[in-house]
Design a protein around this ligand. Structure first.
Ligand code: SF4
Length: 363
């Protein structure tokens, strides 16, 4: 009977997932196991640089240490639930988290260049509630852990190799700066010189305008790129589509954005989704140009990707080019971006919305 109980205990004992552990956390783990601190650095390289998840194959560890690690730990990314591939090569991945909640990742190749951008999520759902956004309509479920954020990238590298993506943008589900600590921890793992080794210039946090956290990020020393989901260039219009503008006013937000650009010496990117008959007139061009005057920045214009059940309308290609043409002489850089993955619900939150976020995924 005792034998049976011991066996039962071993089989139901769950392993600790090391995904999301930083270098110093792994060093401490090794010390706690009676090993030298530098073993933590070796483990860090195996996991994040070499993507070796089998402890048995970590050849610079003794057999005894490999067994100890294997008995207690694992390095496991979230389960993949569904993928969609667009005609234009955009790929969407729907992951199932340990508590059966869905989260999305979108991989966007840039044809004619080596660039492949991966758009990752930082929360399940989102509390910001932008009126045009599928994720915003789901409400907020919870923050992702650092492991769940970095896990989206680790999954891609494990499945498709080191060059599966070149750039990372946190522009998927959620407001990254509302999950500041986990997001910063994940960024530190991305740019770690013995970890995922991404250049700071290739990692972007996109925010709807959390002013206090923009300042904190500027002072953090991370010096990564910042993108602002702007979508309207006046306080009045912004409040109509982004409730966050009532709390963090546009003028105050722009002050912190200018602070960020000065402090980090980076070029800030503004995302401006154009909605037919809302923010697509000459007065909007002029307001946008005035707002960013004197700031080193790039403005990306995007046509609204229709979301089922929402009233906003997509502008014509002619309108997009007209707007870009009017704006171009008035701002440092403007790009009219092609919509990607329109045939696969690639706008953030659309696939997860179809999984009915209010109830958990049945697998
Ligand atoms: S656009 Fe971004 S910040 Fe706004 S509701 Fe959607 S996920 Fe949240």
């Amino acid at each position: 009977m005792r034998k049976f109980l011991i066996h039962l205990h071993l089989t139901i004992m769950t392993k600790i997932n090391l995904l999301g552990y930083t270098l110093s956390e792994l060093e401490q783990l090794m010390i706690d196991m009676g090993e030298k601190k530098f073993r933590g650095g070796q483990l860090f390289k195996w996991l994040y640089r070499d993507h070796q998840t089998e402890f048995e194959l970590m050849t610079d560890f003794s057999k005894e240490l490999r067994k100890k690690l294997d008995d207690k730990f694992e390095f496991k990314t979230p389960d993949l639930l569904q993928t969609q591939v667009s005609e234009d090569g955009t790929q969407k991945f729907l992951f199932n988290l340990a508590d059966n909640l869905p989260v999305e990742t979108v991989l966007i190749p840039d044809f004619g260049s080596e660039r492949k951008t991966v758009c990752i999520s930082s929360q399940v759902g989102c509390a910001v509630g932008c009126k045009f956004c599928a994720t915003g309509q789901m409400g907020y479920k919870r923050d992702l852990t650092a492991g769940e954020i970095i896990g989206q990238l680790v999954y891609l590298r494990e499945e498709f190799g080191l060059d599966s993506f070149s750039n990372v943008v946190m522009m998927g589900m959620g407001e990254p700066l509302a999950n500041y600590d986990n997001v910063v921890k994940a960024v530190e793992l991305m740019i770690a010189p013995t970890g995922m080794m991404l250049s700071r210039k290739k990692v972007t946090i996109s925010t709807s305008g959390y002013s206090p956290k923009i300042k904190k990020l500027a002072d953090s020393g991370l010096n990564i790129c910042l993108a602002i989901s702007l979508h309207a260039a006046t306080q009045e219009k912004r409040e109509k589509i982004m409730p966050i503008a009532e709390t963090f006013k546009l003028d105050k937000m722009m002050q912190t954005v200018r602070y960020y650009a000065d402090k980090t010496r980076t070029q800030v990117m503004f995302e401006y989704i154009i909605f037919e008959d809302f923010n697509d007139k000459m007065e909007d061009v002029l307001a946008l140009a005035k707002l960013v005057r004197g700031l080193s920045c790039k403005i990306n214009l995007l046509a609204y990707n229709k979301v089922e059940g929402l009233d906003y309308k997509r502008p014509s290609d002619e309108k997009m080019h007209w707007f870009g043409g009017q704006l171009a002489p008035r701002v440092p850089v403007v790009t009219v971006r092609k919509s990607r993955g329109r045939d696969i619900d690639a706008a953030c939150g659309q696939l997860a919305a179809k999984q009915k976020l209010g109830s958990k995924i049945d697998v």
